[in-house]
Design a protein around this ligand. Structure first.
Ligand code: ZN
Length: 283
């Protein structure tokens, strides 16, 4: 499937239209049997859905996609439902899921950037630029840029470094992650974050993959790294614990399949699976 974006849709829309509509951060979906999808214009043509905002998203193959925010009090039609995006992972097709994440990020940015933070005047959308606003009084421009964040699987022999952050409940452990600071390259960010959070030094930082993460308006950039020295010490503020885990003794709770954090952990398991007796491998 091919997606192309544009500032405005064509005056005459020659194809089908699809609507990504949100209410309180949850996406309106249409369900038939076990199939969940994003409604087409025809699905909601006869239903009075009161919208607070409505924008053009882009063209997905021959379908013109729009997105918007529904009135918080708008009633949901009977064959439709509202779902948080995290819950829809794996249920919606991958391309629609990615577009829903894009739409949610833009809506949130639009709601957050209403006034100029320099002079306090109301911001206008830039007519000839996508995802940009400007202040007509002081001429300051504002752009929607995801924040880059690194996420890293640190490996020591046959173990992976996982930390329990204070913001997580229960026995949830994950790989180390953090936002890139000004003037820092990605490799330096990986080394700093791991050192700050666990007191471990790493080497051989290698790119793994990336993932847009609309929930924190970031682009997660995944790496693997090797242990280079130091013993684990957590700061107690961000993390209450960190430890080395073998593939057959992972914590009870690890990130869900949606995240690149889980893909890094799955990669580690795959690297080490040959060394384990099959009866000990967690499904
Ligand atoms: Zn201004």
């Amino acid at each position: 499937m091919h997606f192309t974006t544009a500032i405005k849709p064509p005056d005459h829309i020659p194809g089908l239209k699809r609507y990504f509509l949100f209410q309180n951060n949850r996406l309106l979906t249409i369900e038939s049997g076990s199939n969940i999808s994003v409604p087409m214009a025809d699905d909601i043509a006869d239903i009075p859905v009161k919208l607070i905002s409505f924008h053009y998203l882009g063209r997905l193959d021959g379908t013109y996609c729009f997105f918007g925010e529904m009135d918080p009090a708008a009633e949901i039609p009977r064959n439709m439902a509202l779902h948080g995006l995290r819950r829809l992972y794996g249920a919606l097709n991958e391309k629609l899921y990615a577009l829903a994440g894009r739409a949610m990020h833009i809506l949130d940015w639009d709601a957050t950037y209403q006034m100029c933070s320099k002079c306090g005047n109301r911001l206008h959308e830039k007519e000839n630029e996508l995802l940009a606003k400007h202040c007509p009084i002081c001429n300051q421009s504002y752009y929607l840029n995801p924040s880059p964040a690194v996420i890293v699987a640190v490996i020591k022999d046959d173990s992976i470094l996982l930390a329990h952050a204070n913001r997580f409940s229960g026995m949830f452990y994950s790989v180390i992650a953090g936002f890139v600071e000004p003037g820092e390259d990605l490799e330096a960010c990986v080394k700093r974050e791991v050192k700050e959070e666990t007191n471990i030094d790493v080497k051989n930082v290698r790119y793994f993959g990336s993932q847009p993460w609309p929930y924190s308006h970031s682009l997660m950039i995944g790496f693997t790294a090797e242990y280079a020295g130091g013993s684990i010490k957590v700061d107690g503020e961000e993390n209450s614990d960190a430890a080395w885990f073998k593939a057959d003794s992972l914590p009870e709770q690890i990130p869900g399949e949606l995240s690149i954090a889980r893909k890094l952990i799955d990669w580690f398991i795959e690297q080490n699976i040959m060394r384990l007796p099959s009866s000990t491998i967690k499904s």
